[in-house]
Design a protein around this ligand. Structure first.
Ligand code: NAP
Length: 305
């Protein structure tokens, strides 16, 4: 079980050296993976489950640093070594697609996998990012995306999850604005044609195209580093917008600070992170996720990060 001090991630050689010893293994795979909050999040969850059901004391969750080209060897190895599931992060979420036996609708929608589950009939690929976002929004603002106008800033993997979930939830419209406009156009094209109006808008125009009360989601990586500019000036957004920043570290980005100063409801991506992890845990364990200790572990980890 992981304690307060994070262990260094394991590599492919360490995975090869594991033996099937009755431990039920879980983990997160990325490259790089050094600062992942997931071992703290899931370590706390497993400790809580084990207090009620001792069999969970034989479960563990660790970080694995694997290069993209190592995944094809690592996944069958993991199956032999007692793995029940894995989380995947950058750059594996799309690279893994040809390696799974079954894709859940959640992963098909997004075109990416963040959760793997080994079942008798093979390796299942799922995606809990959209669920995490929807729950994060509900928790922060008391509403989800159904019937809402949504403006997604960004056109990478996280933006794709946001637009897929907006469409899945039945948002009225989902506009996508990105620095590289072609990527926004491509993303919007992928999800257009259903009940939700999906369109790319030029970043410079996003403030005019958004209507009052729009749910604005920052799915760019801007805000992660000190000195980053806002992904779109909060001051140019119409009234009553709600600002959700997928970035959670720092807890308040300049964008959220500017939005808050204007009186908009704002929230960071901690809730999304918590709930995508909680759903993955439920998929692996078939138990309700213990949200309170998971949130506490996450906050403790980030406070020390
Ligand atoms: P990604 O695929 O690399 O996409 C990055 C996005 O940020 C692209 O739209 C990119 O625009 C934009 N961007 C990067 N630098 C920029 C700059 N200097 N100016 C303007 N735009 C810039 O990354 P991702 O996986 O989608 O992740 C995006 C963010 O979401 C990250 O901060 C990540 O930590 C966060 N996230 C949070 C959660 C959560 O649970 N809270 C989950 C997933 C992701 P271009 O297309 O023009 O390059």
């Amino acid at each position: 079980m992981s304690g307060k001090v994070p262990e260094p991630p394991r590599d492919l050689a360490a995975l090869r050296a594991l033996r099937a010893d009755g431990t039920t293994r879980l983990g997160v795979v990325g490259w790089p993976i050094d600062h992942s909050a997931s071992p703290a999040l899931h370590g706390a969850a497993l400790a809580t489950l084990a207090a009620a059901e001792p069999s969970f004391a034989a479960w563990e969750y660790r970080a694995y640093a694997l290069r993209p080209e190592e995944l094809a060897e690592a996944l069958p190895l993991a199956a032999e070594r007692g793995f029940r599931g894995l989380n995947l992060t950058v750059p594996h979420k799309v690279e893994v697609l040809p390696l799974v036996d079954r894709l859940a609708p959640s992963a098909e929608r997004i075109g990416a996998v963040n959760t793997l589950l080994w079942e008798e009939d093979g390796l299942h690929g799922l995606n809990t990012d959209g669920y995490g976002l929807e729950e994060g929004l509900r928790e922060a603002f008391g509403l989800g995306m159904a019937g809402q106008s949504v403006l997604v800033l960004g056109a990478g993997g996280a933006a794709r999850a946001a637009v897929a979930e907006a469409v899945h939830q039945g948002a009225a419209r989902a506009f996508v604005a990105n620095r590289t406009e072609d990527r926004a156009v491509e993303l919007a094209r992928r999800f257009a044609g259903g009940v939700t109006e999906v369109a790319a808008v030029p970043l410079a125009d996003a403030g005019h195209r958004a209507e009052p009360g729009t749910l604005v989601v920052n799915a760019t990586s801007l805000g992660l580093r000190p000195g980053d500019p806002q992904p779109f000036p909060a001051a140019e957004l119409p009234e009553r917008c709600l600002l959700y920043d997928m970035v959670y570290n720092p807890p308040e980005t300049p964008w959220l600070a500017a939005g808050r100063a204007r009186g908009y409801p704002v929230a960071n991506g901690l809730g999304m992170l918590l709930h995508q992890g909680a759903r993955a845990l439920e998929i692996w364990t078939d138990r309700p996720a213990p949200l309170a200790p998971m949130r506490e572990a996450l906050e403790g980890f980030l406070a020390g990060a």
